[in-house]
Design a protein around this ligand. Sequence first.
Ligand code: AHR
Length: 329
Amino acid sequence: MKRIISLALCFLILLFAVGCSAAEDEKSDDNLIVVGFSQLGSESDWRAANTQSISLALSEENGYKLLFDNAKQNQENQLMAIRNFILQGVDIIVLAPAAETGWDNVLLEAKAAGIPVIIVDREVSVEDENLYMGRIGSDFLKEGEIAVSWLGNKLVSLGRGTEQINILHVKGTDGSTAQIMRTRALEEGVAGRSNWTIAAQLSGEFTEAKGYEVVRDYLKTNTDIDVIYSENDNMTFGAMRALDEAGLTYGENGEIIIISFDAVREALGYCLEGKINLCVECNPLHGALLDQLIKQYYAGESIPKYTYVEEAYFTRDNLSLEFIENRLY
Ligand code: AHR
């Protein structure tokens, strides 16, 4: 009998302990800011760094419960994820949009539900800018203009300022701000110079596989290229493989000048080796800024509509192994 009583007692104590810890969990969960983050995909090294930066900043220790959704490059998946976040009643929605357009309705729904939205990375083009609270990201047009102006100076320094220059343009995902603005900068640069021509515009969708495929196919019929303007590093890696296979040389000691965007660690390594001539930085570290904006919002402070991340550009001349090794992405 004694044994039965002590067993029952143990059981009661256990029940009580489980109950307490569940109540504590509930209590601590209640204090967390619930953020639904719709990430557009995982197409590049840049994207992985962006996801990591946001996940680290919006951690439980820092006061957040992060609901993460990877849309796998599909805007429809993003619309579905946002609607799910609304149904779940999250406190804030963070959206890294695949394309600029197509967001009005879903953002209206979030607004009607009283859920503020912060845009990260690319922009959204909506009729009413009040549909989102703020945007953190790059100035993509400036990135493109840096590349174009660097190319102009580089050609002059090589004594090729007036030569006919054929540029192979490898574009990122059509309709994304990164693609639209980097393309605009190049097209404006070419329009302003009578000796520059865009030989072809290929769509590499910001992935290494597609970058390789389109450049490889292009090189089967045309190898008269002076410059490759590749809108991200992963497509550049693919293009480099295609050039190697076609027996074409590139970089500081080669026939083709390579310009790449993002400046992830691997690309900077190639830049230091002289295989990529210019790496224009696109900074994916949005996490700390996002945390700051959300905390400002909860403190009742006003939020800037646009927060631009700091960015630089790199050539072999301003890089070192130490810098690359210490880089976060
Ligand atoms: O929107 C930022 C761009 O998207 C980066 O340049 C690219 O690597 C990413 O996929």
